[in-house]
Design a binder for this molecule. Structure first.
Ligand SMILES: [Zn+2]
Length: 121
């Protein structure tokens, strides 16, 4: 049975390079996982800061319209179109989750090349 002490013991046996890889992985899990949730809630809060507004027509007659793939959808009664929290945003059409974009941004800030940043995420 694996426990924390055996994990720590195994980590101590690793090379410094492998320890850095583990630190990066833990950092990614701890920092960017929660950071992505904060960014998502910030985007939602900003989008709906003046009430719910349809990104297609600007209408305010909006209701919840179920969920798709775990994401809340909304229906605009004015134009009859549906939308989600990220519709018409750069994140909407991205196939990569927000966590990956945050990690990519971290790589760019650290001065990695585009190629190395892409390989890292
Ligand atoms: Zn609309």
């Amino acid at each position: 049975m694996t426990n924390l002490n055996s994990i720590l013991s195994d980590i101590n046996k690793l090379s410094n390079h492998d320890k850095e890889i583990i630190i990066d992985a833990i950092e990614e899990i701890l920092m960017f996982g929660s950071c992505a949730l904060d960014v998502e809630s910030d985007i939602k809060e900003h989008r709906f800061s003046k009430g719910r507004v349809c990104p297609h027509c600007g209408g305010h007659d909006i209701c919840r319209y179920g969920k798709s793939q775990g994401k809340q959808r909304y229906l605009c009664h004015s134009c009859k179109k549906t939308f989600a929290d990220f519709t018409s945003s750069p994140a909407y059409n991205s196939k990569k989750p927000l966590e990956k974009w945050l990690l990519y941004a971290k790589c760019m800030i650290n001065g990695y090349s585009v190629r190395k940043s892409a390989a890292t995420i």
